[in-house]
Write a protein that binds this ligand. Structure first.
Ligand SMILES: Nc1nc(=O)c2c([nH]1)NC[C@@H]1CN(c3ccc(C(=O)N[C@@H](CCC(=O)O)C(=O)O)cc3)CN21
Ligand SMILES: O=c1ccn([C@H]2C[C@H](O)[C@@H](COP(=O)(O)O)O2)c(=O)[nH]1
Length: 633
């Protein structure tokens, strides 16, 4: 039998030193800037750009040259700085079966940001149409779309003003959402034309990179990268030939010269932070977690610093429902809220650190990713559509919680096996819960929601009137004191923990009421839930749906409108044996979320624990097919 793909990759990574090295670099605390140059004379500025980047703290640079770009760049000038230079010959030539690295993929994994400066008209056209016929275009084709790409086009004026250029840029911007085009400037071009098309000033390009990654200058700049300005002058006499395009194996090799003067240039040896290195109002780097930035003051913890989370990447996670906050940086509205989940999967796959876990399966995990926010307005139910979620399982489990039931057999009898693993004889024995009968999970969710603090003697006992009925209290407070800031339900009870088959994962939720947002409207109810441990493949789709249904139910019982569910996670992980299934899910496009309404009036239902499965009406759920994933026990 062939090994599953993830196992083959794991084996490949263990065997191959290049991959191990790349893995190691992925978890270092540096900013990985991948700089590429294509066939334009402006490529002569590449060495200056790289040197300037190296004056920033914690920056690691690698370079890709297309064949035409090699006419303009002295590779030794880069390698002498300790910068690795890749050319087309490096892609696939070392391919020797599955154990070999694929250079454009490894570089993609390594890079936090890609800068293409200069970007020729030819490479721009290739990127826009998805052509991948060399190392650079293959890298871009295989790019992780949430990572930023900065493009500094350089071409002849007529090429620049040709409408096809605009079309290409629009296509690139639409597909590579995190691209920034650093517009060309007007120059005397090599051909004698005066006009737009010259590559932007190299210092501005460097500043853009610094802004994106919130770089700070090094306190001490190594000799190798000093004197950038002198070198710039050496290369700065005469006319600028940057506009020429050489990507189509053009054999021109004359070096262009730059006529710009540099009096206003900032000193890159100056250790004072420049405005460009500070967070600006339109730099979403202020949204980045502080730990993501290596700095000399954080050396001690550098080992544990996560790779940078880039601005747009985080912006994707910002609430589409919080106009006040979004003024910090207008977040691109996610096309579909399900993309928050899919993007988080991508993020954990890419940036998650491998960790062993209790079950022995192993995970990739990140801690405390940005919250997910789902609108519940207009009866919307955020039930994921990129795989069929086991809705009956979600509803029956929720009703089981609400009844205060802790007997997994009651779910099993209904053909719902999601708690079988944690309630089995074998599992309970493993925990030392020999006195429990199989299926008795101990004082888990339902017990804490309805009887917090009561003594647990087994799942068959009658607990009526015992302990704190948190759920009833929540509903009562929502109705009688909606602005209360203590409308909370907690399943986390340290005293009861040793008795539980599984400590609660969704441990705490808070409800919040807003006054009606339209005349004659209902008060609006939101719920935020904290989940300490989140199995992205199996548990999280359930949890999102379950708390959204709960919020709808609570709102219904109060006469309010369910408005928003906010999901906050601690250890957010993907089990190693879910990667392949999730890859399948990631290529699916989300469809419209369904709606949830109720068959009976709230007054007929009476109390929240009187809902039955037949009360739920789900309409418009037309998901992609189910995807099997194994539950780790
Ligand atoms: N490892 C692990 N992950 C979890 O998400 C999880 C646990 N354990 N232990 C207990 C609860 C139960 N929850 C679960 C458990 C399994 C599924 C599950 O297997 N879901 C399948 C459908 C199952 C079916 O059709 O019977 C799915 O594809 O969503 C979902 C939620 C969440 N929990
Ligand atoms: O509602 C749930 C319940 C459980 N999970 C996941 C999260 C973890 O993968 C396991 C629990 O293991 P711990 O070692 O106790 O963290 O179950 C979930 O995602 N959602």
């Amino acid at each position: 039998m062939t090994q599953p793909l993830h196992a083959r990759f794991a084996a490949r990574a263990v065997k191959n030193p290049m991959i191990m090295e790349k893995e190691h670099q992925l978890t270092d605390s540096k900013h990985h800037v991948l700089v590429a140059a294509t066939g334009s004379v402006a490529a002569i500025k590449l060495v200056l750009i790289v040197k300037a980047l190296l004056t920033y703290d914690g920056v690691d640079v690698q370079v890709i040259l297309t064949d035409p770009a090699r006419n303009f760049v002295e590779t030794e000038a880069l390698t002498s700085l300790g910068v690795k230079v890749y050319t087309n010959a490096d892609d696939w030539t070392c391919w020797n079966g599955l154990d070999s690295p694929i250079t454009h993929i490894e570089l993609r994994r390594w890079a936090h940001l890609l800068l293409i400066a200069p970007l020729s008209a030819n490479t721009m056209a290739k990127v826009a149409s998805g052509i991948c016929d060399n190392l650079l275009t293959s890298l871009v084709r295989a790019w992780a779309l949430h990572k930023p790409i900065l493009l500094a086009p350089a071409m002849n004026t007529m090429m620049w003003t040709n409408p096809i250029t605009q079309e290409h840029m629009e296509t690139i911007g639409r597909i590579y959402k995190n691209t920034e085009i650093i517009l060309p400037i007007e120059k005397v071009l090599a051909c004698g034309d005066i006009g737009m098309g010259g590559m932007a000033e190299w210092r501005n390009i460097v500043s853009k990179v610094a802004e994106h990654l919130r770089l700070e200058h090094k306190k001490v700049v190594p000799n190798a990268v000093k004197n950038i300005e002198n070198q710039d002058e050496e290369e700065s006499s005469g006319t600028d030939n940057e506009e020429s395009n050489y990507d189509d194996n053009d054999d021109q090799d004359s070096k262009g010269q730059d006529s710009e003067t540099d009096e206003a240039a900032p000193s890159y040896i100056d250790v004072t932070p420049k405005a460009s290195s500070l967070p600006s109002s339109n730099s979403s780097s202020i949204l980045e977690p502080p730990t993501s930035q290596p700095s000399s003051t954080k050396k001690a913890s550098a080992k544990f610093v996560a790779p940078s989370v880039h601005s747009e990447q985080l912006a994707q996670y910002q609430s589409p429902h919080q106009p006040g906050l979004s003024s910090v940086r207008a977040p691109p509205k996610p096309s579909h809220e399900e993309n928050q989940y899919l993007d988080l999967i991508r993020y954990v796959m890419q940036y998650g650190r491998s960790r062993p876990d209790r079950t022995g399966t192993g995970t990739r995990s990140v801690f405390a990713p940005p919250q997910l926010r789902f609108s519940l307005r207009n009866q919307t139910l955020p039930l994921l559509t990129t795989k069929r979620v086991f809705l009956r399982g979600v509803l029956e489990e929720l009703l089981w919680f609400i009844r205060g039931d802790t007997d997994a057999n009651h779910l099993t009898e209904k053909g719902i096996h999601i708690w079988d693993g944690n309630g089995s004889r074998e599992f309970l024995d493993l925990l030392g819960l020999h006195h429990r009968r199989a299926g008795d999970l101990g004082p888990v969710y339902g017990f804490q929601w309805r009887h917090f603090g009561a003594e647990y003697v087994g799942c068959d006992a009658d607990y009526t009137g015992k302990g704190v009925d948190q759920l009833a209290k929540v509903i009562h407070t929502l109705k009688t004191n909606p602005y209360d800031r203590r409308i909370i339900m907690s399943a986390w009870n340290p005293l009861a923990m040793p008795e539980m088959a599984l400590p609660p994962c969704h441990i705490f939720c808070q409800f919040y009421v807003n006054e009606p947002s339209k005349l004659g409207g209902k008060p609006e109810l939101s719920c935020m839930m904290y989940q300490r441990s989140a199995d992205m493949g199996l548990g999280v789709p359930f949890n999102i749906a379950s708390y959204s249904v709960l919020t709808h139910m609570v709102a219904y019982m109060c006469g309010y409108e369910a408005t928003e569910f906010i999901h906050v996670m601690g250890d957010c992980h993907i089990y190693n044996d879910h990667f392949e299934a999730l890859q399948t899910q990631l290529v699916r496009t989300p469809k419209a979320f369904p709606t949830l309404s109720f068959r009976r009036d709230a007054s007929d239902i009476g109390k929240i624990d009187q809902f039955g499965i037949e009360d739920f009406i789900i309409e418009g759920y037309e998901p992609w097919g189910p995807i099997k994933m194994k539950m780790s026990v």
